[in-house]
Write a protein that binds this ligand. Sequence first.
Ligand code: GTP
Ligand code: MG
Ligand code: ZN
Length: 309
Amino acid sequence: MSAVPETPARVTESFGRRVIVETSAGVRMPAELFGKRLNCVCGDEVLIREPSQTSGDVAKVISVTQRRSLFSRTDSRGRTEPLAANLSLVIVIVAPNPEPDLYIADRYLAGAALAGISGALIVNKSELPGAADEEFQARIDDYERAGYPVLRVSAKNEPTVEPIRALLAGASAMLVGQSGVGKSTLTNRLAPESERATRSLSDATGEGRHTTVSTALFKLPGGGELIDSPGVRDFAPPPVEDAMVQVGWPEMLKLAPECKFNNCLHLREPGCAILAAVAGKTISARRYESYKRLVNIMRGLAPEYERRR
Ligand SMILES: Nc1nc2c(ncn2[C@@H]2O[C@H](COP(=O)(O)OP(=O)(O)OP(=O)(O)O)[C@@H](O)[C@H]2O)c(=O)[nH]1
Ligand SMILES: [Mg+2]
Ligand SMILES: [Zn+2]
């Protein structure tokens, strides 16, 4: 029996046990995971065994290369579900419409930071009147003050999209966010080979419809990679100890060394620099509220965290 050669490939799309891979020669093909214990997600670098010419078989993924990062969520049953591998950037897309839930955006950015991945925010549909709303703008400014890159764009207006290309250059970035904010529309604009379905005009007001059902990776002419993902109703990072939650709030992390206690959770401790900054409005009260909510969510997941140790 002659050894079948193993080919390096990249997972560009995953549907559970079935994936699409792109070989280093640039050939895309469907593949199945070999063995029950193997798991891979979009962005994974893998070794595959290509189908032999005669068997009409499908390619098999036989191993997954050590990941540089793994972005995951907690699913509705409290289990950790990996979403994408080897990301360097998570870009949260928000829009004036559908009604934005910035607590979801915060938890996405926190999940990225906890996984060692950078975060950025893009406000899409900024040509809509709702984008000029003062309250909305103030809430977006909070992210700039916190230190995140923030871009205001309209997927329908090419010149406004241009700065995203600079953000993506050399990055491996995933677009995330609520359904209908324009992730796939932006992907189609930025990645020439992308032909993602987007919500049709007749459905444009249909709240809660999810158009995209799979996570898929596209190479960019600028050298980066862009991953489009299905919209969500909610997002929570995998369980961490509550002392870790602040890693997702750069504006808090920066001030934390000034707290009286070095294990300060910034909840009601005396001499807390973060509580003082919230009172003095140099840290956004809404962002801080979001931090407290995630601490509570993580405390609810604590039994799960203990089990995994
Ligand atoms: N007015 C306006 N509409 C936009 C813009 N970008 C996208 N849309 C529209 O918004 C709707 C939703 O866009 P999609 O790209 O399908 O949104 P999505 O985030 O991929 O949604 P899911 O796949 O369900 O998560 C479509 O009807 C788009 O044409 C924009 O900049 N301005
Ligand atoms: Mg989509
Ligand atoms: Zn504190």
